[in-house]
Design a protein. Structure first.
Length: 116
């Protein structure tokens, strides 16, 4: 966060939401108050929680409330949970990383032609 402050407007920050932390919602709100934080980052594989898990619901709610993007990537995730999660409170578009794994991208992003 020091680097965000040292380089305003040059380095965008994403606040990581830890779905197993009882104070995750409060922490996420605090992090989103930091200048330069532009969105929320979810790690379904790392946190061993599917993207449509109720454990991630507060992250989607807070992101919608703050009107910030939600970024997620998953090596082993499927588009099914992505689509179900996107119906909650924000628009999510499936895309592909260079290795071909699928994950959601925030509104305004374009999926590569091979995924559309």
């Amino acid at each position: 966060m020091e680097e965000l402050a040292r380089h305003p407007g040059r380095l965008p920050g994403h606040a990581v939401y830890q779905p197993h932390d009882r104070q995750a919602g409060e922490r996420l709100r605090d992090l989103l108050d930091v200048p330069g934080m532009i969105g929320v980052k979810l790690h379904p594989d790392v946190h061993e929680a599917e993207l449509d898990s109720p454990a991630y619901a507060p992250a989607f709610e807070i992101a919608a409330e703050r009107r910030v993007a939600v970024l997620s990537h998953s090596r082993y995730g499927s588009p099914g949970p992505t689509r179900r999660a996107s119906r909650r409170s924000c628009r999510v578009t499936p895309t592909a990383d260079p290795d071909g794994a699928r994950g959601p991208v925030a509104r305004g992003s374009q999926a590569p032609r091979s995924v559309r």
